[in-house]
Design a protein around this ligand. Structure first.
Ligand code: ZN
Ligand code: ZN
Length: 138
């Protein structure tokens, strides 16, 4: 299955090519860093094998942050700023975490878990029947 996506201004387009959506894992993250980057109350990303992802149009700019504990790379459209993907240094050779909302059909990737629940906003209800972790980005 090919799952296409792209940024807000359409200059960046990409494809994720996997046998089925079960090769992916979507999760919510309530950490401070995700709230800042996504500009919302939580982050939503879909973990895909690195080799399943390719840019089909345009190019991404990257931002690397090193807070001492983690080195996190985030890539975004240089024209409109839409975040397209992120990955930590440890998973750099294996996985990409796609900003789920950038898929053309984001509803195909319902979340399977929530991370950093200790930083969940009070107004945000817990989603039932998925896993919950107090911390950890995985
Ligand atoms: Zn764009
Ligand atoms: Zn996070």
């Amino acid at each position: 299955m090919i799952y296409p996506g792209g940024c807000y201004c359409s200059s960046v387009r990409y494809e994720v090519n996997v046998q089925s959506a079960t090769e992916t894992r979507t999760s919510i993250c309530h950490c401070r860093s995700c709230k800042k980057f996504f500009g919302t109350g939580f982050g939503l990303t879909t973990k895909v094998p690195k080799n399943s992802f390719r840019i089909t149009q345009g190019s991404l700019k990257e931002h690397i942050s090193d807070n001492g504990a983690t080195v996190l790379c985030r890539e975004f459209c240089e024209r409109c700023g839409t975040g397209i993907l992120e990955y930590g240094k440890e998973s750099a050779s294996k996985f990409r975490y796609i900003m789920t909302g950038t898929f053309d059909n984001p509803g195909e990737f319902p979340p399977e878990g929530e991370f950093f629940c200790k930083e969940r906003e009070q107004w945000m209800p817990e989603i039932h029947n998925i896993f919950h972790k107090r911390e950890i980005h995985d």
